[in-house]
Design a protein around this ligand. Sequence first.
Ligand SMILES: [Zn+2]
Length: 641
Amino acid sequence: MNQEKRPYNKLVPIPFSQVKIDDMFWSKRQDVNQNVAIQHQYKKLEEANNIDNFRVAAKLRKGSHRGEFYYDSGVYKWLEAACYVLNQGKDEVLEKKVNEIVKLILNSQTDDGYINTFFSINFLEKRFSNTTFMHELYCAGHLIEAAVAHYNATGLKNLLDAIMKYADLIYSTFMEDKKKYPPGHQEIELALIKLYRLTNNIKYLNLADDFINRRGLDANSKIFILKQFLHLNSTLKESRKKGSINENENFFADLTLLERFKFYKSMLNGSCYQLRTPVREIRDPMGHAVRAMYMFSGMADLYSEKGDISLLKVLTHCWSKITERKMYITGGIGSIKGIEGFEKDYKLKINKSYSETCAAVGFLLWNWKMLQITGEIKYAEIIEKILYNSLLVGESLDGTKYSYTNPLESKGEYERQEWFPCSCCPPNIARTLASLGNYLYSTSENTLYIHQYIGSTLDCMIDGIHVKVNQESQFPWQGKVKLRISSSKNYNFNLYLRIPKWSQNTEIEINGEGYNCNSKPGTYLKILRNWSSDDSINISLEFQPILIQGNPRRKDIENKVCISNGPLIYCLEQGYNEAIDIFSLKIQEESTFSVIYKDNVLDGVNIIEGKISGEKKFRAIPYFVWNNRGPDEMRLWFDKS
Ligand SMILES: [Zn+2]
């Protein structure tokens, strides 16, 4: 079965295994990911006992489970990232680590197929008894994704067979034994559909379908959730006696009384975990943003397989609500600290953005799935926004420090960390950067879509014809892109080029001759022609600093502006602006800016300079590179003068 071509999708995505990234900007990020970040994360997963728990579960070492009940998921996301790297080339050191991790996972599996170190070391008798809070199914989902990546990278079936046995156990537990409560942290749904796409085993699709459709509470649910919460606390208490640590206390210590109240209220009424409402009745995206993104991704996958239009209606409605009313200018989502989740419409606050890095990863994933379903450019536009802003900001330029939350304003209190007690974000960025090639191209019958301008070579089949594309891009510093297209024989096919909304003036040349770009910004330019063996296209997108006006329906930014240039949002760090106070800076709406590329600043970036008064200037840097020289004051939205 073709894992990419789905029955109800308009587009067929081209997987990263057919796309080689060769880009002046992103190749460096991928190199750092492979050679620094993934190594760094492995070291941290060892230090924090995430990996060692598998040794204990495999009875290779005596001891107790250490760390949180969801620690296995960090290892799985790391493994998935590492397998994506191996899929694209040899790396013997990494391969050795992958083999070691796979062996540990296999050895930790119980005879009936179960894999989860927290429960198998401490509480095997309690397994599957608290799926509201204890993340077993969430961990299982990440394990499935890792196993699919491992099989695709190596062709080996050892891990895949093991997780199919585990997935079969989950199926018999939740379908045949009629355990009817839904997963409290979504992820298993999209993973099971991924497994179905690889194996063609319909029961994995049916189980995902059931998990998605069992959401929504009845009259007894509050008591059920309360019981699960008490069960969580007693299990954690017991686990601490056995040597586990628990970060929840630190998490709560950091919350105000009001934040705690909101957290408990939304947890007990089920809205925090999207348990309250059946999925087809969701009208307002609520609760924990990462969970919501994984749930919407799973629902999108389910639509792709079964074509249930009522699911698609909810998804498109929720997407519009989020992008119009609940999203930061960076593409970041999730703004309430306590629940790590969505605020009411237009109630975002600049100085309280949460915007977890994992939420950016999940949002990217969901947008990609929506793009394949609909072929609508709006999803590709948001993907670009996320990639260059809310995702990239989550990792330092050297790959060893991360941000869990991503503020849009700082008084110097934020600092990137090498690791967190809950380190969901670092390996989530790693797996996304390693599979970046996933997000660039799609096909549809006799059409090739170019969604993102990232230097790469692509090898694909369009309508049975072998087509190669070579893309050179000067993003995100300039708007020039060059495409070379060759096909195995002269052949008429459509090329759809995304004309970004931010490019008000786009020029196109085909084989050196001007081509009328009659497409509006924010649409695909459709070029149908008989492509010969060596055609070239030059794309020149308008790339200049502009001021984005704050949404008038949002009180916090209604009279403010921020600076953008192409796909990038810019900010000011005080350290780069010693002559001025960035918090009293006002920007003139008619300001003219100059853009200077500085290869010795922050690994090479465009700096935007603007005049204030007299000789005074401000210097803005791309948002994603802020906080790379230690904590600093930072600001992104400005009053107008
Ligand atoms: Zn995270």
